[in-house]
Write a protein that binds this ligand. Sequence first.
Ligand code: PXP
Length: 249
Amino acid sequence: MTTHDRGCPFRRRLGVNIDHVATLRQARGGMAPDPVTAAGIAEHNGADGITVHLREDRRHIQDRDLDLLKLTVQTRINLEMAVTEEMVAIALATRPYSATLVPEKRQELTTEGGLDVVRYRDAVASAVTRLKSAGIMVSLFVDSDLAQVSASAECGADAIEIHTGPFCESFRLGRHGRDLVQMATAAESASSSGMKVFAGHGLDVRNIVPVLDLLEVEEFNIGHSIMARAIFIGLGPAVREMADLIHNR
Ligand code: PXP
């Protein structure tokens, strides 16, 4: 029985995050592996979108990557970005299909927590308005916290992306029940406020299974686990495996 049979009203999407391909390239400062090639392979193997995080310090994805992806991606580009004037200007110039606003600290290994929409409400609302007026769908990456969800709706966001990192960590320890309930509550609240619900961070072929039971979740953004699998089984099969899980479960 697929999620569609279980009453899921949409075909769920896989957004493949290709940042780690760029991380490997930057390790030697050369041309390979090219994230633009990775995006094409991902699309040929079932990805419904390509996600990149253009960081302030340009540690992986470069401006050149975003420009080329805009010319070559045939599905959707989702640009993860900090709420800064520089990034808003780049998004307005590039016009990705969607923008996901994320917190960004230079020292972190990866995005460590959700965006604090409650605290930075005015700055977030202003960025949301500017991006939406250019026709860009705006999603806010938030923790499973009802105050953050309602602040996101008040800022006019089209969607929230639930930060699945804490759930993935508790799944690893075999005690994810509470995190799953919190994500379900946040997803229901966002959906009843008229926002779309996405999910991402730390998901892999095992821990995604209970998250697929949350029928409000329309899109999954996944990078690290797919790239880790790709080292052993190849990028195409790694994307295909995750896409089949998301599309058919
Ligand atoms: N969604 C957001 C907002 C992220 O910041 C990241 C990490 O870049 C991801 C999804 C993908 O996380 P992972 O690489 O752990 O799959």
